[in-house]
Design a binder for this molecule. Structure first.
Ligand code: 13P
Length: 283
């Protein structure tokens, strides 16, 4: 079984009124937990990794482990580079076998972002690899969060349309009041803006900063073109909580056992997100 291009999963999601969950996956245990739950619930999934995950496994190692896990669980899945920060990292992930890539130049100028993504599309298009770009900038809730820019800038619908036309990206990350990390207070999405972006840009849209988004907002966003939702903080929080609980219980953290337990603690979060995005039974 092979990883499929992310655009194939998103096209199905758009047609059938759900969003594909995109979970950060940094090692064999996290991949095993995610894929096992997806198999049980018959959900498609995107395994994503980026500069925040590669300190554990390099792109080549991440892809090799992911392929091994996919062969075991046999789930409809894409392997995605999240928040790629350089063309060199994009090329490395393409070489490693990722089936989709994001080059995040959202904090650069419009011209620089456009030129760089058009180049990524020229590299990836002939190989059938999906490309994600971002226009506007999705910030973060706090300094502890690894992903997202320090500032935030909402997506302008006209600019988004021009960006898509000039670059040829397959999907677009939007900034509509969403942020990476744990929300301190509930986000207020600008749905009117999302609707205008969706009207002008007929490609699938992606929502970063999934953690903490109210379910009603997710449903509304899906109806307005969101076909992929990224979730990282909620998974990492479950993993960290498990390690802390084990530590506070005075257990001698024999790390292979402790990490296995921590990875399994992410299973309820994975299940919750599949149901929230209405992705169950879609694979
Ligand atoms: P959260 O960490 O808020 O779930 O967002 C993840 C994300 O968007 C990764 O790109």
């Amino acid at each position: 079984m092979k990883f499929v291009p992310m655009k194939k999963l998103m096209a199905h999601a758009m047609k059938h009124g759900y969003a594909v969950p995109s979970f950060c996956a940094w090692n064999a245990e996290s991949m095993a937990t995610i894929l096992a739950v997806c198999k049980r619930l018959r959900s498609p999934v995107i395994l994503m990794a980026g500069p925040g995950e590669f300190p554990v496994l390099s792109p080549a190692a991440n892809a090799a482990v992911a392929r091994t896990m996919l062969a075991r669980y046999r789930v409809k899945a894409a392997l995605h580079l999240d928040h790629g920060d350089s063309p060199a990292l994009v090329a490395e992930c393409v070489k490693a076998g990722f089936t989709s890539v994001m080059l995040d130049y959202s904090t650069r100028s419009f011209e620089e972002n456009t030129r760089a993504l058009a180049k990524v599309c020229r590299l990836c298009g002939p190989k059938g690899i999906t490309v994600e770009g971002e226009i506007g900038a999705v910030g973060k809730t706090d300094a502890a969060t690894v992903e997202g820019s320090t500032g935030s800038r909402l997506t302008e619908p006209e600019e988004a349309a021009e960006y898509v036309k000039r670059t040829g990206v397959d999907c677009l990350a939007v900034s509509i009041g969403n942020a990476h990390g744990a929300y301190v207070k509930l986000p207020r999405f600008d749905f009117e803006r999302l609707e205008r972006i969706h009207e002008k840009v007929r490609i699938p849209l992606t929502l970063h900063g999934g953690t903490g988004t109210p379910e009603a907002d997710l449903r509304r966003a899906i109806a307005l073109g969101i076909a992929k939702v990224n979730v990282a903080t909620a998974l990492i929080a479950a993993y960290r909580e498990s390690l802390l609980t084990q530590w506070n219980a005075g257990r001698n953290l024999w790390t292979p056992i402790a990490q296995g337990e921590a990875a399994r603690a992410m299973a309820p979060v994975v299940e919750e997100w599949i149901l929230r995005l209405n992705a169950q039974g879609k694979a």
